[in-house]
Ligand binder design. Structure first.
Ligand SMILES: [Zn+2]
Length: 65
């Protein structure tokens, strides 16, 4: 899978969320036909978990720094 590095942050890129995912910030469902931001959250006890945000939410959550 090709990754884009638009944010300059590793493990975070623009993609489409699988059906049924909700935004990691606002908790609202993410439409499958809308580009969103994906990240991998590392867990100490298990493998990384994929998290998706609306692009607007990802920006508000700290991407604007
Ligand atoms: Zn959101």
């Amino acid at each position: 899978m090709a990754r884009t590095r638009e944010t300059g942050r590793p493990y975070e890129y623009v993609t489409y969320a699988p059906a049924g995912y909700t935004c990691g910030k606002c908790r609202k469902p993410i439409p499958t036909d809308t580009p969103c931001r994906r990240g991998d959250i590392e867990r100490t006890s298990s493998s990384p978990v994929a998290v998706y945000w609306h692009q607007e939410c990802a920006t508000k959550a700290g991407g604007a720094k």
